[in-house]
Design a protein around this ligand. Structure first.
Ligand code: ARG
Length: 584
């Protein structure tokens, strides 16, 4: 007997097939299988109820008919019962749970089983995407952390993922920056902390070029020279991009992020003419006071709020480059899906962009990828205000990650003073950065999130330290028993028996549903919540059922559960971008 990885969709197909044999084919019946309240079963199908209501039939009788027609293998794997007005409840039998546990025995095998969802698809994920010559801020941290988790979930479910850092590396600010640079650049400061120095030079350049001044004309002339390919200015601009990227990379390294491409706004410079032409040709764009704009007459706001795709002075902007970016991703990367991860405040921009792309691609008969704008809320301090340093400045990401590691080091030292310092430092890196990542991922990304060191570093609760500790604890069981978790001695294991063993096994089987919902909704918090519940089920089991016992059959059965909990927890944490530890 072997149960498929994704039990809910397996049940869904089985119910659909059964419904077809009792005459429901082509009549809009949908089984609606979901994870059930544990009091009722493991899965519940609600579809008979909705269908019977619509067709004025008796829902319980219909549900019974469908159940009777179910394939024999389903009846062998599940205890099936009807409840209420016509719900069908399914509870996995211990032998079926055991079959699942035997089959999915490593991170690789879990991944192979999950890969069906996006097999053969290419997804481009645009995340982090900071502006060059500027510090990354907390919003870019959220984008980086959420974006990386999404990349990993998509890759785990079979997609070829292209990580694209869409740098803000073009725009009018470079005129003022070059103006400041040519007058006040300090080579030593530039070598020590390039972004800090570039920010200083931009501020000086900005202050020295007030509206209407001849200095502003000079700054504009620098910009025009840059745009026309003046070698000196192009060399400066290239240097700005290079030092910025090198500084960003230090943050990415700590977060375990490696981009495949850094195709910033400048890359699309020579690709915007086509946008103006095609959008005009197809009648989507129109001239308005010298500018080129797109309206969406069917939309309550965008029928009057223009999507400005070329400025009155002829210059391209964020919208023109993003239109060219969509075409490039669809054509060059042959993307089946595009995900852009930014702050919710860019909501209007992406709604207008996607509406425009859909109409433009339809008019031109281009193949349209799925388009997703993944938004997130603001980060606030515990006072509810935007997160700032004590003196009101913006928080440097480097300083934030340093502080996380320092705090984690104190925590690790408290728990494990006897470990050598180098090892405690290494653990603190994983725990500190992991805590920052996990705190961001664990809440629904649409809400604002309150940044709290104490909460994210707590050893209990839905936190990284709690989950990393759960992993380390299972590893220590193996270590203390002299066993290698890569080769767990579980050949003589049998089906789970005690209440806690069964509860833990049921939770393990739901991993596939957690991955499925988190990935399809591009919301990692569903996976976090699942891992937290799994760790809870494990604690319940560990407290009730001793693992290392004399009876070899009981021991093998419980070691199997320990091992599968370990691999599912580790797989889940890796999917979120965290590094797991041997000990903590
Ligand atoms: N550079 C932008 C910012 O810092 C984010 C870019 C997001 N990606 C895009 N294709 N527009 O807010």
């Amino acid at each position: 007997m072997s149960l498929p990885f994704h039990v809910a969709s397996h049940l869904d197909s089985a119910l659909q097939a059964a419904a077809n044999t009792v005459g429901l084919a082509g009549r809009g019946f949908s089984p609606e299988v979901r994870v059930a309240d544990p009091a009722h079963g493991d899965f519940q199908a609600n579809g008979a109820l909705a269908f019977a209501k619509r067709e004025k039939q008796n829902p319980r009788a219909l549900a019974q008919q469908i159940v009777d027609a179910l394939d024999a293998s389903v009846k062998a794997d599940f205890d099936i019962s009807l409840a209420g007005p016509g719900f069908i409840n399914f509870r996995l039998k211990p032998a079926a749970l055991f079959a699942w546990l035997q089959t999915y025995d490593s991170e690789e095998h879990l991944q192979a089983a999950a890969a069906a969802a996006h097999a053969g698809q290419t997804w481009v994920v645009d995340y982090s995407s900071p502006n060059t010559a500027k510090q990354m801020h907390v919003g870019h941290l959220r984008s980086a952390v959420i974006g990386e988790a999404i990349c990993r979930m998509l890759a785990f479910t079979g997609a070829r993922v292209i990580r694209d850092n869409h740098l803000g590396d073009w725009g009018t600010q470079f005129g003022k920056l070059i103006y400041g640079y040519k007058r006040w650049a300090d080579p030593a400061a530039l070598a020590a902390d390039p972004i800090e120095e570039l920010e200083r030079l931009y501020k000086l350049g900005h202050a020295a070029t007030p509206d209407g001044s001849p200095e502003l004309e000079e700054a504009r002339a620098e910009l025009v020279k840059l745009q026309n390919g003046d070698p000196a200015n192009v060399a400066l601009w290239t240097k700005f991009s290079e030092v910025s990227l090198a500084a960003f990379q230090q943050i990415y390294d700590r977060l375990g992020i490696k981009f495949d491409h850094n195709l910033g706004e400048s890359f699309y410079n020579d690709k915007v003419e086509r946008i103006y032409r095609e959008l005009t040709e197809t009648g989507l764009a129109q001239e308005s006071e010298g500018a080129l704009v797109v309206f969406h007459p069917e939309h309550p706001r965008f029928k009057t709020q223009p999507f400005l795709i070329r400025k009155a002075d002829g210059a391209s902007n964020y919208a023109s480059t993003d239109l060219a970016t969509a075409a490039y991703r669809a054509e060059h990367f042959k993307a089946d899906g595009i995900v852009v991860v930014t702050d919710f405040r860019q909501g209007d921009h992406f709604e207008q962009l996607f509406l425009t792309v859909k109409k433009w691609f339809a008019a031109k008969n281009y193949r349209l990828p799925e388009l997703h704008h993944v938004t997130f809320g603001a980060v606030t301090g515990e006072d509810g205000k935007a997160l700032k340093t004590r003196d009101g400045g913006t928080i440097r990401l480097k300083a934030l990650l340093d502080e996380a590691e320092e705090r984690a080091f104190a925590l690790v030292t408290e728990k494990n003073a006897e470990l050598p310092e180098t090892e405690r430092r290494d653990i603190a890196r994983a725990v500190g950065v992991g805590a920052v990542q996990y705190a961001d991922l664990a809440q629904n990304r649409s809400s604002n999130y309150v940044f709290s060191w104490d909460k994210m570093l707590a050893l209990d609760g839905n936190t990284a330290p709690y989950l990393l500790y759960a992993v380390a604890r299972i590893r220590s069981i193996f270590r203390k028993a002299g066993l290698d978790p890569a080769h767990p001695p579980v050949a003589s294991a049998s089906a789970p028996e005690t209440a806690q063993e069964l509860a833990l096994a049921r939770k393990l089987v739901q991993f596939s549903d957690a991955v499925q919902i988190a990935t399809s909704q591009l919301r990692p918090h569903f996976l976090c919540l699942y891992l937290f519940e799994l760790a809870g089920a494990y604690s319940g089991f560990y407290a009730a059922d001793k693992v290392i016992v004399d009876d070899p059959a009981v021991r093998a059965r419980r070691l199997l559960l320990c091992h599968r909990t370990l691999i599912v927890l580790e797989t889940g944490l890796h999917l979120l971008g965290l590094r797991t530890l041997e000990r903590m």
